[in-house]
Design a protein around this ligand. Structure first.
Ligand code: ACO
Length: 154
């Protein structure tokens, strides 16, 4: 039987949220910078904390999912996809017309997930992870340098 998933807007983030958000963005400095300006949505599965997502309004009609993460033991059970759908419905209700997301060029699983959910690539932020991160990041045996930008019209 499918377990029930609840979504809630959170005003005060706890260390539990930050620890999980760091799984999606290893830079605490970057994270602190956009967290203050974002709307935080948490997901709980039968009361148990299972995922988190940050939505940042970037332009009058555009909102960006700047961070999305699911607790390790709950991954690959559709929670990430449910968070993406929740973000789309939430944004539509608030009157946004565009939802965006960015991820590393080496994040193949994430790129698959976003495209599977209707996001289309519209640009590349070249050297984003070289210029904005203090330490080199490696993923899937590759040095991460570029950010892939994706967009979905609501
Ligand atoms: N590698 C391989 N495949 C993946 C990955 C991955 N890292 N992430 C998702 N997928 C695939 C799944 O296999 C699944 O495929 P299927 O539907 O064909 O079976 C599909 O994507 C859907 O996955 P969900 O179960 O809905 O995703 P999940 O609940 O695992 O959440 C998430 C995905 C949020 C990326 C999770 O893996 C996670 O927290 N990863 C660590 C943090 C992270 O990388 N966050 C995103 C960074 S970009 C950003 O924050 C804007």
């Amino acid at each position: 039987m499918k377990k029930e998933l609840q979504f809630k807007e959170i005003n005060k983030l706890t260390e539990e949220h930050y620890q999980l958000l760091l799984d999606a963005d290893p830079s605490r400095k970057m994270l602190m910078n956009y967290t203050k300006r974002s709307i935080c949505i948490e997901a709980r599965q039968e009361e148990v904390f299972s995922g988190v997502m940050l939505l940042l309004p970037t332009r009058p009609e555009t909102i960006e999912i700047v961070n999305i993460a699911v607790v390790k033991q709950f991954r690959n059970h559709g929670i990430g996809q449910r968070l993406l759908k929740y973000a789309q419905n939430w944004a539509k209700q608030k009157g946004y017309r565009v939802i965006e997301i960015g991820t590393g060029s080496t994040s193949f699983g994430q790129l698959y997930l976003y495209q599977k959910n209707g996001f289309r690539i519209y640009g590349i932020d070249k050297n984003f992870f070289v210029e904005h991160y203090e330490r080199p990041i490696f993923e899937n045996k590759l040095r991460l340098r570029d950010m892939i930008r994706l967009r979905l019209y609501l």
